[in-house]
Design a protein around this ligand. Structure first.
Ligand code: ADP
Length: 336
């Protein structure tokens, strides 16, 4: 089970709480491994590890999930807890400000529970170090007092499973990474997997979706389930207000045009990034800093949300001297 809102309030700031609660919209989130589409190799490894752990009556070893936003890290954490029949506590790296925050959460875990830390790369160093002994020895080393009278107290913890999620594996320190028994990389999804997710969610949302419309939406969803779900909901709104609620291929196409999502799934910001590099910086190379300032977007947003897809599409290159557009980007924008 996911934690309830009172639990969030104790651990997170209002903004973080809202962000994570939005992520945990139960309706479209698969609740078991069988309903989690794609990522077959990860699912197979997880299924085996969970079965083996259950056979030994042990919690599953700590799991690190890394990959771009919206690919299913939070969803998988929820599924692992559900399949193991344990509770999950959800928090995020930046929400853990003091060692006491982490100690309070850890000491409240029951045997086997899952602690999910989103954006684990943004945890501060002191907290990270406390986590080492918690992960390895299931104990908390707390320093009591100051100066020469300071002592370390070791507080035992129940055996638990830490599931960490990150979009930036390279920002995770070696010692933290090494303490995970499983490290899984979630990849962009194949179009037929996205199509399956869209079709399944159309049933959940009780939307009449034509097969060709499902294919079209899938082809413009940036290979990302979260984007597919968002587009499906916006297109449903459009079909209900402008038409009879049925999503045919032409209705989907009109709605996507209205949403400024082009045939490659690029939106306004993607095009702005490419156009800025081409027009202001002669195709690059341009540093991320300068580029973000030129388009008035946060550096982290450009790097985490936009770049990975543009790189995947072969429209952008990351070089040691900065970002460069490719011929494909020029051709695509010229044909716009
Ligand atoms: P992340 O934590 O990686 O940012 P989430 O787990 O929040 O991503 O997933 C975003 C949305 O996409 C969720 O609402 C979930 O319903 C959906 N989703 C993600 N992965 C899958 C999948 N493999 N199958 C079906 N739906 C998925």
């Amino acid at each position: 089970m996911f934690t309830n809102s009172e639990d969030f309030e104790r651990i997170l700031s209002p903004e973080q709480q809202e962000e994570i609660e939005e992520k945990i919209e139960i309706t479209l989130r698969p609740q078991c491994l069988d309903h989690f589409v794609g990522q077959d190799n990860i699912k197979e490894q997880l299924a085996i590890s969970m079965k083996a752990a259950q056979g030994r009556d042990e919690p599953i070893e700590h799991v690190l999930l890394y990959g771009n936003p919206g690919l299913g890290k939070t969803t998988l954490a929820g599924i692992i807890a559900k399949e193991m029949g344990v509770n999950i506590r959800v928090t995020a790296g930046p929400a853990l400000e003091r060692v006491g925050d982490l100690a309070a959460i850890l000491s409240n875990l029951n045997r086997g529970d899952v602690l999910f830390i989103d954006e684990i790369h943004r945890m501060n160093k002191t907290i990270e170090e406390v986590l080492y002994s918690a992960m390895e020895d299931y104990a908390l080393d707390i320093i009591v007092g100051k100066g020469p009278t300071a002592r370390t107290l070791r507080m035992p913890l129940e055996k638990f499973t830490l599931i960490g999620a990150t979009t930036k594996l390279n920002l995770l320190s070696g010692p933290l990474r090494d303490r995970f028994g499983h490290v899984f990389h979630l990849e962009f999804y194949q179009p037929h997997h996205i199509e399956k997710i869209i079709n399944r969610n159309a049933v959940t949302l009780k939307v009449n979706l034509h097969e060709s419309a499902g294919k079209l939406i899938a082809s413009r969803s940036r290979h990302t389930p979260r984007v597919a779900n968002r587009l499906l909901k916006r297109i449903r709104d459009y079909a209900e207000v402008k038409h009879d609620g049925i999503i045919s291929e032409s209705v989907a196409n009109d709605a996507l045009t209205m949403l400024n999502v082009d045939q490659h799934g690029l939106d306004d910001v993607d095009r702005k990034i490419l156009n800025t590099i081409i027009n202001m910086f002669a195709g690059g190379p341009v540093g991320l800093n300068t580029l973000s300032a030129a388009i008035a977007e946060e550096m982290d947003t450009v790097e985490t949300i936009y770049e990975p897809y543009l790189i995947q599409m072969g429209m952008l290159e990351r070089t040691p001297r900065g970002r460069m557009t490719t011929k494909l980007a020029h051709d695509h924008l010229a044909g716009d």
